[in-house]
Design a protein. Structure first.
Length: 489
């Protein structure tokens, strides 16, 4: 007789709390972009220091995602969620109170570590708390948070600067996390379910050599990319082959750990034996190359090229955020029926919308361009909401619950690397076109967006291939039941 586990009656409230905390962590990836000029005026520092305020957070965020997911799997998601949230709130306060640029960079590095530990607990909690169609809806909301937090960052950053002023407004970009995070912590204590059974021992469950190898590999990939404004890829190109060697060593080590029946950091069979995980992770990483890179380009174009204020710059891209918010919530409910077809349709709409924006920037430049591109940005946003939410659900649907945290962490790591690549490539194209075209900002924007469209088209090709694979194995795009286990569970 098979016993069906009864769902937690407070699961939706618990999800709301965890997603609120996750939203803060992901929001801080992009919200600081519009505040950089204010930071430089407020505490000084050169352009390199200001860039590390953004890049340092992204670097440490991506560095600890898989390790954070594994700690949640081993020690309990509630415990890791509370520890990471408390650290994130404390580091947000530290960043807001920073007296110098160097101190602010240190605070951002630590804040990124806390956010990287916090984020994978969201996907793990969804795997624990929800089953069947409800899990698709929950992942739909999670996907909404991932997409909207990136798109809405410039808007909220500009609004905070407008309310608190240019001189000290940047501090409130960080301080705003403190009361929200403190409330989320109190609610999480009440609502998040405790771990079943006894928590594992850290020494016996955590593969420390695996953590070191993977961490160094991710560092070698991200460091040249986040240093792109300081000519990082040219100076630090040698780190890429080092990353490949470390990645190879990590895979060999993890296979050895599995052969000796010890808990790996990340079982590589997650990629080889879990249906849909590898193509889904690849789609997410490539899409983020195009999606996440456009926000810095838009900020530079509207503020430097058209003279918009940070708030006006943020409002100009609000249609994307609105479209993504609505469509992601709807797509989460439809993914069980439409499956990978939602992702294909969404990627097509993103490519179409951004392509039209590029064309309008080229043909109809002017100060009112923010209004002119509102409709195509809305179309792109609707498509974006149909990508992240369903892709997250489809990628994680067959992952065993004991690996839910590390699987979510690995998925997010790919997205962080995609974000770093896209931001470096698109910003480099934008800056390269300006002097070559006598500071023709519309041309710089158009060519940068065409690069973004290129990334999205590659993701579209991967999604179409994955759709055909699903049909070939007779899945009919239906989600597997919540009790389905991967072959290695």
């Amino acid at each position: 007789m098979t016993l069906t586990r009864q769902p937690d009656p407070r699961r939706w409230k618990a999800l709301a709390v965890s997603l609120t905390a996750g939203f803060m962590g992901l929001l801080d990836v992009s919200i600081v972009n519009v505040a950089l000029p204010s930071i430089q005026r407020g505490i000084g520092g050169d352009a390199g220091t200001a860039q590390w305020v953004v890049s340092g957070y992204a670097l440490t965020f991506g560095l600890v995602l898989v390790s954070g997911g594994r700690l949640g799997d081993a020690l309990g998601r509630r415990r890791m969620f509370l520890i990471a949230l408390a650290a994130f709130v404390a580091m947000s306060a530290f960043a807001g109170a920073a007296p110098t640029g160097e101190v602010l960079v240190v605070a951002r590095l630590l804040q990124g570590c806390a956010a990287g530990m916090l984020t994978p607990q969201n996907s793990g909690l969804i795997q624990d708390l929800f089953q069947g169609a409800e899990r698709g809806r929950a992942f739909g909301l999670f996907g909404s948070v991932v997409g909207i937090s990136t798109a809405v960052g410039p808007v909220l950053g500009g609004l905070i600067l407008a309310v608190f002023g240019e001189e000290h407004g940047w501090r409130w970009v960080f301080f705003v996390n403190v009361p929200i995070g403190a409330l989320a912590f109190v609610l999480a204590l009440r609502l998040l379910p405790p771990a079943r059974g006894r928590p594992a021992r850290l020494r016996s469950e955590i593969d420390f050599l695996g953590v070191l190898l993977l961490g160094l590999a991710v560092l070698c990939v991200l460091l040249p990319l986040v240093e792109s404004e300081q000519d990082g890829p040219r100076r630090l190109w040698w780190l890429f082959p080092v990353a490949a060697a470390l990645g190879f060593a990590f895979v060999r080590w993890e296979r050895r750990v599995v052969r000796h029946d010890r808990p790996p950091l990340m079982d590589v069979r997650l990629f080889t034996e879990t249906p849909g995980y590898t193509p889904g992770a690849a789609i997410g990483a490539v899409y983020f190359c195009g999606f996440a890179g456009i926000w810095l380009v838009f900020a530079m174009f509207f503020q430097q090229g058209l003279g918009y204020t940070p708030l006006q710059s943020g409002l100009a891209v609000t249609p994307f955020a609105v479209g993504a918010a609505v469509s992601a919530a709807v797509a989460g409910r439809l993914v069980a029926r439409w499956g990978r077809r939602l992702t294909v349709a969404g990627l097509f709409l993103v490519a179409l919308g951004l392509g039209v924006v590029a064309l309008l920037a080229w043909l109809a430049p002017g100060r009112d361009l923010g209004l002119v591109v509102a409709l195509p940005l809305l179309v792109a946003g609707i498509g974006g909401g149909m990508v992240i939410s369903p892709n997250t659900t489809l990628t994680l649907e067959s992952v065993p619950m004991r690996m839910a945290g590390v699987a979510g962490g690995a998925l997010q790591t790919g997205q962080r690397i995609g974000t770093a690549i896209g931001t470096a490539v698109l910003a480099s194209v934008f800056r390269a076109v300006l002097p070559a075209s006598d500071n023709d900002f519309p041309a710089a924007l158009a060519l940068s967006l065409l690069c973004a469209v290129g990334f999205v088209v590659v993701a579209l090709a991967l999604a179409i291939a994955e759709l055909r694979t699903r049909r070939a194995r007779g899945s009919n795009d239906q989600l597997l039941s919540a009790t389905t286990a991967a072959p290695y569970e």
